[in-house]
Design a protein around this ligand. Sequence first.
Ligand code: IMP
Ligand code: MG
Length: 180
Amino acid sequence: MSGAASPPIERVLFTEEQVNARIREIAAAIDEHYRGRDLKMIGVLKGSVYFLTALTRALAIPVKIDFLAISSFASARNSRGLVRIAKDLDEPIEGEDVLLVEDIVDSGLTARYLLQTLAGRAPNSLGVCTMLDRTSRRLAPLPIEFRCFEIPDHFVVGCGLDYKQRYRNLPYIAVMKPGV
Ligand code: IMP
Ligand code: MG
């Protein structure tokens, strides 16, 4: 790593190979569930971009993609679901089969807010696909149709997940060093 500081990680939770293998499995399940339907995947910027890209490339069925961005009113992890849409979708979703793609569902408040908002636009169906699911911190119960991994209560980075906007591009999922 010529000169550059190594990322402040304690341990790798899922290797690049494990993540990719799991993405292929989820893609196969999505293929099966949505075959013959009109699937649109909606990524939540910026964290889900890496996952959404890998996932859609592993799909066999045709898929449309769109993105939205949210901004939280407080610090990322303790925002208590006080979010608003900072960048909306480019296209309507009326009548479409919509899958909201998240990097991680933690408290569930962000996903619940987004699901409520999207449900008001009359999609044919609406589901959630998340790379990581931390059910131990869930405040808002919410159905998750597809998920790659359940994770313990440690802050993680990589595969789109950031710490202060860094480490999204790590090809594995890692636990941050405590105290960082
Ligand atoms: P929520 O608590 O389910 O609303 O999740 C809110 C957001 O917090 C997620 O979309 C992530 O952007 C961020 N987040 C939660 N846990 C982590 C983590 O371990 N690493 C990086 N970002 C996280
Ligand atoms: Mg996020």
